[in-house]
Design a protein around this ligand. Structure first.
Ligand code: SAM
Ligand code: SF4
Length: 489
């Protein structure tokens, strides 16, 4: 194991020499007098009607709402925007923690270098294979986000190797083949060359969470002398991803570190800057809430209340209407249920210890994982619940594999075209999962949902769909029932 470097040598920030997340502007907007109800009502109506990204001052006005009726109006509008862009689809995935070696010392994280209680481990390629076999062969996941601490021994080359290993795994299941079709990556900021390495390995979305957009707070939480202490290096991590040709990027902030309203506006400014610079906004937005981690010096898990959490999800949904929104198993089932209608993705059957899927330990062992989870239910139970609530679980990954990414997918989402493909592909991939993995009771709930989806598609013949497309959908379903896999539009 190599020694932890004192300070990574970073290339000069020649191209990105200022912060797009202008703190003075954010503070001024948050200090503005509370918006009157009429104005808020107009902003909600406008975004619901046109799904136009909101101006930061408009988002700040929504953040100031505390009138219960207006809040309900905001939640309903946020759910309506989600439905209009993504229909009733929820994509499920699992995180795969590959390595928790980390040179950084983020005060809130169980993997921080100063945490002597943390059990350190990096998966070998064999172990990655075994983890993947469980995820795609027993649980039925098709999409993972692989997660890494920051360490020179486990940088871009290691990340690329783990991705290739994950993609190579194929497991015979009930009537088809289980396999991971999309690997997203949550890792430290990288150089453009390093990013090209992970791009070549087939990265789906590259996720980097800024944690906080408040520079002073950032400095206090990320001690100097570590790579992560460089605020701007992180701020432009996703700009460099675009330069490397990765056009699906994901932003996020860790809620609970500071003023949650500040972070919502920081995320909005981040999304706007990506859109302005590259013509395409973030593929997804994440809003993890701080959990108490083993060995962490920071224990303020409850700083963002459940009520504020719901509000921040609604405001993000309304101000960045075309981005996917990810709620994670950090949250309890109850909290997830309260926001899922505004979200597009969630994880399930989640384990966040290194090697935790195949090691088969059952307890949430705090010294092996980053923090403790709120929702540990299996994917089967989550899918059944989603189906009961009217949400279809989509395992579709065809957008990425057919080149429908970045600018292309955003244009299609805005025009409504992507949504039409997605509805068909959701039916097909849900059919695959029901046939290969569902318990009897989940299958029954899923079949009802598929029947409803087919009825909706049939009702849209002549407008959204042609009879030929509908017939092809039915034929694809039959072929899937006979064991063929990976058929998509
Ligand atoms: N090491 C990389 C980095 O920091 O960007 C990626 C992996 S890190 C484990 C992924 C994310 O976990 C971080 O960006 C942070 O937002 C989140 N995280 C860290 N500590 C957490 C905690 N105590 N509760 C909830 N989320 C946490
Ligand atoms: Fe390391 Fe990431 Fe945890 Fe910070 S958040 S200590 S960088 S794993």
């Amino acid at each position: 194991m190599s020694q932890i470097p004192a300070k990574k040598v970073l290339p000069p920030h020649t191209r990105y020499d200022s912060d797009f997340a202008d703190e003075k502007l954010i503070r001024a907007m948050l200090a503005a007098p509370k918006a009157d109800n009429g104005l808020v009502h107009d902003i909600i109506a406008k975004t619901k009607e046109n799904r136009e990204a909101l101006e930061p001052a408009e988002a700040a006005a929504l953040l100031s709402v505390d009138d219960p009726e207006l809040l309900e109006e905001m939640f309903a509008a946020a759910a309506a925007v989600k439905k209009a862009v993504y229909d009733n689809r929820v994509v499920t995935f699992a995180p795969l923690y590959c390595s928790n070696y980390c040179v950084n010392n983020c005060v809130y994280c169980g993997f921080r270098s100063g945490n002597g209680q943390s059990v350190r481990r990096a998966l070998t390629q064999d172990e990655v294979r075994r983890e993947t076999e469980v995820l795609c062969g027993q649980i039925g996941h098709k999409r993972l986000v692989s997660v890494y601490g920051e360490h020179p021994d486990y940088g871009a080359d290691y990340i690329a190797q783990t991705m290739s290993t994950i993609y190579s795994v194929k497991v015979p299941v009930r009537s088809g083949i289980g396999q991971i079709r999309r690997v997203n990556v949550n890792a430290a900021p990288m150089t453009v060359d390093e990013l090209k390495t992970v791009k070549a390995a087939g990265i789906g979305t590259f996720q980097v969470f800024q944690e906080t957009y408040d520079r002073d707070l950032y400095a206090r939480l990320h001690p100097g002398g570590t790579p992560k202490s460089d605020f701007r290096w992180r701020l432009y991590a996703l700009h460099r991803a675009f330069e490397a040709g990765i056009d699906d990027v994901a932003i996020g902030a860790l809620f609970g570190l500071g003023d949650w309203k500040f972070e919502v506006l920081g995320l909005l400014l981040h999304a706007r800057d990506l859109e302005k610079t590259f013509g395409v906004g973030p593929h997804t937005v994440s809003f993890p809430r701080l959990e108490n981690a083993c060995g962490s010096a920071l224990k303020n898990k409850h700083q963002v209340s459940d009520a504020d959490f719901k509000k921040l999800v609604a405001v993000l949904r309304l101000c960045i209407p075309y981005a996917g929104m990810i709620v994670t198993a950090r949250e309890t089932p109850e909290v997830i249920r309260s926001v899922i209608a505004m979200c597009t993705q969630r994880d399930a059957s989640t384990r966040i210890g290194i090697g935790a899927y195949s090691d088969r330990y059952t307890e949430q062992e705090s010294e092996r994982q980053q923090f403790l989870l709120g929702d540990t239910r299996p994917l089967d139970a989550v899918i059944a619940e989603l189906a009961e609530m009217g949400h279809i679980t989509s395992f579709c990954t065809s957008g990425y594999r057919c080149g429908r990414t970045g600018d292309h997918i955003m244009k299609m989402l805005k025009s409504g075209h992507e949504g039409r493909f997605c509805k068909l592909n959701a039916v097909l991939t849900f059919r695959e999962w029901l046939n290969d993995f569902a318990s009897d009771s989940t299958k029954a709930a899923g079949e009802k949902l598929i029947a409803r989806e087919l009825a909706e598609i049939r009702a849209a013949l002549g407008t959204a769909y042609t009879p030929e497309i509908f017939n092809q959908l039915l034929q694809y379903q039959e072929r899937i029932n006979k064991g063929e896999r990976d058929l998509c539009f």
